[in-house]
Design a protein around this ligand. Structure first.
Ligand SMILES: [Zn+2]
Length: 269
């Protein structure tokens, strides 16, 4: 998300908005103020809060908030550049450039909100602190604050903002921690490893995204079932947990044990 923010920061503020919309009915989550209120205004740039992108207007009166979820993509198209026929959402700038949101698949999960700055603040208030750069001390307080399986705790944006399920897999692999380990039971050394892995993995992801690397090259364990672990060569395993599939190395992370699907049997740790 940070890579996208950087890419969009300059172009979106280059010209005032000529036309806001169309927007898919499931994508646009607010109707007051109406989208047309954006027309004639200039955006100040792109900001990011966890996985949300924020586009405040230069006059400080409105904030366009975008959450891409898993399948949403946001693209800036120069004047005359070809784009999708039916974007889920679009802003057209004076001069012809466009900001276009597309979403693969039939389910529309990505969302766009047009808010006042106060409403945007309220919308974001429940988010935890940014994961990147948190450090072992603060991270230790957060993970020991509740007893949760590490993978689900890392993904919980109210605890820690900015880690999705793919990067939770990558981070836990790098930290050599079991996805099912209980957060409260981590010792100091494990918390330090986790803090270091959060920073190194999120930075690595950012760098790769900026270079435009494909998912397959970006991830080391996520969706790598059966592929060799790049540290020990053991086949990467997967386990179902709630509604997610978790990927991990049974050698590096769980002491050689295979984790059992949560629905089928008691959890191993
Ligand atoms: Zn391994």
């Amino acid at each position: 998300m940070e890579a996208w923010r950087r890419q969009l920061d300059d172009p979106v503020s280059a010209f005032p908005i000529a036309k806001a919309g169309p927007a898919h009915i499931a994508t646009l989550k607010t109707y007051d103020p109406p989208l047309a209120t954006l027309e004639g205004r200039r955006l100040a740039g792109a900001e990011r809060r966890a996985k949300r992108l924020l586009f405040p207007t230069e006059d400080g009166e409105l904030v366009l908030l975008v959450h891409l979820m898993t399948a949403g993509r946001l693209k800036y198209l120069g004047a005359g550049e070809k784009g999708p026929k039916t974007p889920a959402f679009q802003l057209q700038f004076e001069g012809g450039a466009r900001l276009v949101l597309t979403e693969a698949g039939a389910k529309k999960r990505a969302g766009v909100w047009l808010l006042t700055p106060a409403a945007a603040e309220a919308e974001l208030a429940h988010l935890g602190p940014e994961a990147l750069g948190l450090g072992p001390e603060r991270l230790g307080e957060l993970v020991r604050g509740e007893s949760r399986r590490l993978h689900s705790l890392l993904r919980d944006q109210r605890v820690l903002a900015g880690i999705g399920r793919a990067w939770a897999n990558e981070i836990l692999h790098e930290a050599r921690l079991s996805p099912f380990a209980l957060s409260k039971e981590l010792d100091d050394e494990e918390v330090e490893r986790l803090a270091a892995a959060i920073d190194s993995e999120l930075s690595r992801g950012l760098e790769l995204r900026e270079r435009g690397a494909a998912d397959d090259k970006t991830y080391r364990v996520h969706k790598k079932l059966g592929k060799p672990c790049d540290i020990c060569g053991t086949s990467i395993a997967q386990v179902d947990f709630d509604e997610h599939t978790i990927f991990y190395c049974p050698q590096c992370q769980t002491g050689g044990r295979l984790l059992k699907d949560r629905r089928l049997s008691k959890l191993l740790r």
